[in-house]
Ligand binder design. Structure first.
Ligand code: PLP
Length: 424
């Protein structure tokens, strides 16, 4: 459409749109900008197309087992077998999702009998992955807290900025990762947060920070709470890797701390990684409110947000999550699997560190041991990342982040040797 024409006038063959006199006719979509693609998903596609048999994929945040496969957990198979056996109908779920799943999620996040849950002040809805939850929360903020600006960590998962900006919110970054020490720039982070207007949204990774693997310690979380409260800031927790840090319960520390402190906050949680059900799109969004009445209002408006978007979430995802969390046998099996996935990643961290420390004794690689969860921030420069991919078939994103869960006993030594070669 030509600028200012105010409407489409469908023109000649091929559905061209007539422009003002003298301008070339254009097709309806000819003016679109090409989508550059998501950097991580594009890299993953490039990996798939690479014919080298010994290639290594450390790009995408997916847990692979020691044979390099995405596992299907036994508890998930059994939950699905039960569902198949029952062969029930497949109605629409309510807008807010399955009641059984929402209840199970609240128990998982806050622990059995938590005051916030018992008093009804947590509004939870099942969402399309935690991505869906993050975006529903962002749309809700845009509508009901319209002046609020969003602050994400520097760096953060790239999609955080895209999602909140996509919802029409202004997004800024607070200092977080300290490249010099491999820790958190806590003082700079606190100084920035202390200067924000009340009502600002502060996005925090509840555990297993993506991309750095550098988490706040318990003491640092505790030090943050009074600041968040005094400044009237609204935390928005992203819990995408529950169980991959220190344990399922342990990784919920931050949200339980904020709830106990009486803060109002959002938490989007995912089962993609913890149950290895990426494509099922299993997640939830919870908002911890002042009281039950407020939680009901919030749930109502979250439902309105969902209704005008995707209407309702997946019944299959709900069936898996609700069964695995509520059935004691499936739950025990899941907890054992999460522990095994966590300890396999830790073993890969130790193996990687061992080879690198031996090959490059002058360099400090201890960060591989202290960072938590799937990711490590290696500090490799983009040119080194390119060399790893081109010469050695080792794929990682250009920020230098590696997904440690892509390592296994068959490729870790080779990968460590490749990293040692490019840092030489
Ligand atoms: N948040 C973070 C930090 C992530 O790394 C991811 C996925 O990689 C997500 C959210 C989204 O997860 P989901 O698959 O539940 O949408």
């Amino acid at each position: 459409m030509s600028a200012g024409s105010g409407g489409l006038s469908r023109g000649g063959p091929g559905g061209q749109v007539g422009g003002a006199a003298g301008t070339a006719p254009r097709t309806v979509f000819g003016h679109l900008e090409p989508y550059a693609g998501d950097p991580i998903l594009s890299l993953n596609a490039a990996f798939q197309a690479d014919p080298r048999p010994d290639k290594v994929n450390l790009s995408i945040g997916i847990y692979f087992d020691d044979a390099g496969r995405i596992p299907v957990l036994d508890c998930v198979r059994r939950a699905e077998a039960q569902m198949l056996e029952e062969s029930g109908p497949k109605p629409y779920l309510p807008i807010e999702g399955s009641a059984a799943m929402r209840k199970a999620v609240q128990g998982l996040l806050f622990g059995a009998g938590h005051e916030a849950v018992a008093s009804g002040r947590v509004a939870t809805l099942q969402t399309v992955g935690s991505s869906g939850g993050l975006r529903v929360g962002a749309d809700f903020i845009r509508r009901w807290l319209p002046g609020a600006q969003v602050w994400i960590s520097d760096p953060s998962w790239d999609n955080h900025r895209a999602m909140f900006e996509g919802a029409g919110l202004a997004v800024h970054a607070y200092p977080y990762y300290d490249a010099a020490t491999g820790g958190v720039r806590l003082d700079a982070m606190r100084d920035t947060l202390a200067g924000l207007p009340a009502g600002s949204i502060v996005l925090l990774h509840a555990c297993c920070h993506n991309p750095t693997g550098v988490d706040l310690s318990r003491a640092q979380w505790e030090a943050l709470v009074p600041l968040l409260r005094e400044r009237g800031l609204i935390p928005y927790l992203d819990l995408a890797y529950q169980g991959y840090g220190d344990g399922i319960e342990e990784d919920a520390f931050a949200l339980r701390l904020l709830a106990a402190a009486g803060l109002t906050f959002f938490v989007a949680n995912s089962f993609s990684k913890s149950m290895s059900v990426y494509g099922e799109r299993a997640g939830a969004l919870s908002v911890v409110c002042a009281d039950r009445a407020e939680a009901e209002l919030v749930l109502g408006q979250l439902k309105a947000t969902v209704r005008r978007n995707y209407s309702s979430p997946s019944i299959h995802a709900a069936g898996i999550v609700a069964r695995v969390l509520a059935d004691p046998v499936l739950r025990a099996s899941w907890e054992a699997d999460v522990a095994a996935m966590r300890s396999r990643i830790q073993a890969m961290r130790r193996a990687l560190h061992g080879v690198l420390a031996a090959k490059r004794p002058g360099r400090d690689f201890r960060y591989f041991l202290t960072q938590r969860g799937m990711f490590s921030y290696t500090g490799l420069a983009a040119a080194q990342v390119d060399r790893l991919r081109e010469e050695f078939g080792v794929y990682l994103v250009r920020s230098g982040r590696i997904c440690v869960a892509g390592l296994n006993s068959g490729n870790v030594e080779r990968t460590a040797a490749a990293i040692a070669a490019v840092v030489a």
